[in-house]
Design a protein around this ligand. Sequence first.
Ligand SMILES: C[S@@+](CC[C@H](N)C(=O)[O-])C[C@H]1O[C@@H](n2cnc3c(N)ncnc32)[C@H](O)[C@@H]1O
Length: 207
Amino acid sequence: MNAAAAPNTALERYYQFHSRIYDATRWSFLFGREEVLRRAARVVQPRRILEVGCGTGRNLVSLRRRFPEAEITGVDLSEPMLAIAAGKMRDERTTLLRRSYSAPVHESGAGFDLVLFSYALSMFNPGWEQAMDAAHADLAEGGSIAVVDFSHSAFGGFRRWMGMNHVRMEGHLWPRLAQKFVPLLDERLPAYLGVWQYGMFIGRKQD
Ligand SMILES: C[S@@+](CC[C@H](N)C(=O)[O-])C[C@H]1O[C@@H](n2cnc3c(N)ncnc32)[C@H](O)[C@@H]1O
């Protein structure tokens, strides 16, 4: 993992504190994380995996369990989030990179068979379109993208509160994903009796 550096964006400052309570709290509202991995495993048996915005590594652990031989790369902006992930992922086939994902991470070679965004893209404000473009470039031909994230809410107060937590909830991610990748799964699901909707998307890189 890259050397520690002082936080310099609002999001990095946010995770300076939230990294300490992340794993203890997020299970109660980041729904669909295991389900999207289960569904992705039906369509791809990846040898090279990238998780963008891997945070504390909850999904990296699950990916390693599902794909013991895969090379796994996790990218994240936040040093304290990555430090927790590093404590969980000590094997040689895992690489953690501290960086903002606005351009592809793979420079040459085959690219990734699976790129995962789990509750990350809704926090790329600005930058979600560039992150999708980067993921497209990072995927090998025929590779798959899997996304699980907040979608939208009919409650303005809730949307504003989520905005204060750096999350944009305007259903903006799904149309562009479906345009950029061949959709294999594209669903919206209610959380807490419909206070908000979250979404799952699995798509294939088109030629
Ligand atoms: C809500 S957490 C999700 C963590 C993990 N994927 C999960 O499902 O538990 C969002 C993560 O995305 C990271 N992140 C946000 N914007 C980013 C960017 N532009 N580049 C890389 N990581 C980013 C944050 O630092 C944070 O760790």
